[in-house]
Design a protein around this ligand. Sequence first.
Ligand code: SF4
Length: 417
Amino acid sequence: MKYQAYSQISFKKTPYYLNMSETLRNEFDVLTKVLPFKINNYVAEHLINWENLPDDPIYQLIFPRKDMISAFDFKTLSGMIKDGASALEMDMVSNMVQQKIWPAVALDEDRIPKCNGDIIPGLYHTFPTNLYLFPAPAVKTCHAVCNYCFRWIHHTRGKFLPETSYSDPATPIAFLRDNPHIKDIFMTGADPLVMTTSQVKKFTDPLINVESLDVIRFITKSLTYWPFRFTTDKDADELLDYFRYLKTQGKHVAIMAHITHVNELQTDVVKEAIRRIQETGAVIRCQAPIVKNINDSAQDWTELWDTQVQLGMFPYHMFVEADTDPNGCFQIPLAKTVAVFQEARKKATSIARAVRGPTFMNNNMRVEILSIEEINNEKFFVLKCLQALDDKHEGKIRLYPFDPEITQIENLRSVFE
Ligand code: SF4
C-alpha cells in the first residue's frame, strides 16, 4: 500500500467524508477549523468501520469531538460557515477558540538539561535513569493524529519546534557522558518512526558509543497507524536491519507501541509487521491511556492485552489520560479507571497480569494506583510511587482521600512528602 495522508481539506474529497451523515460532516467542517486532523489511507480503509459512526473506537480516536470546544463556539463557527464568512474572519475566530482550548502542558523547565546556563534543546530528563530525546524530524507529525494528543502544539505551531527539538545528532552526547547513570534513551516526537531510516540512523548512531546506555526505546504508534513502515516501505528492511545492528552493539531495542484498541491489531499487515520486528530481537511493549468512548470498559482492555500476548508482545502500562484538555472530554474518573483495570486484569491471561496500571505522572513522579481501600469507614486511593527524582520517594505507598469524581491527583510531591 502506498502511503496517502489526508488533511482536513483533502479528506473532504474522499468517499468516507461524502458518505458521512450531514450532522457528522458539519461537525467535521466546524471542528477542523480549530483542531488538527490527519488520517491516512490504511487507517481509513482498514481500521475504521464506517457503518458504525460515530461509535467506532478508531473514529472516536482520530476525529475531533464536538465537546472539545464550547457549545457557544461551535454555534458561532457553524454560523460563520453557513453565512460564508471570509477566510480572514474565519481565521480570527478560529484562533480565538484555539487559544481557549490550548493544551495545558506542564513542562518542568528544571528537567531540561543545561550547558553553561543555556538549555540543551530537545532533551528532557525525567527520572535519573531516563532521558527523552526529540529529534527535529520526529516532532513534526505522526502517521495519523489522535484527537486527545497535546502534541498537536508541535504539529501546528512551528515556533514551538526550535526550543523543543534538536537537529544536530551529537546534541545529547556530552550530557550523556556527564551523566553515566542514564541507562534508558526514549526516542520520541510526535513519532520517531515517521523519520526515514537514514534519519533514524543519523540520530541514533551517536548514542551507540555511549557505553552507559543500555536501552534504546522508540515510542511510536507507527506499528498500528502505518504497519507498512516495517513491511513493504522502501526502507523497511533497512530499519529492521538497523534494529539488529543495535542489538549487536549491546543495546536493548524496545518498541514502545502505543496501541489504544484491539481493532488496531486485526489486519494481516500489522501481524506481519509485529512478526518482522520480533525477528530482529527487538521487544515490543504496549501502552496506552484509558480514554472515554474509546477503551473505557474492562472488556476493551482484556481483549487488548490478550491479543497483545497472543501476538508475542508485552502489555506494559495502562495510563491515566493526561489532563491537558481543558474541557476534560477524554478523561474518566479515577475510581472508574481503577475498576476497569482491575476487572480487565482478572479476566486476562495470567501473562498479561504483569501489566502496570493505572499509572500517571506529574511533578516528575510516576505513580501507580494500586487499589481503593476502606479504612475506619473512610475510603482512600492507595498510591505507589514507581519512579521519582530522588530515592526517598521511590517505592513508597501513600493514601489519598477517595473522591468518586476526580480524574487526576495534582501535586504528587506533596502527597508523598
Ligand atoms: S501517535 Fe502519539 S504523538 Fe502522535 S498524535 Fe497520537 S498520541 Fe500524539
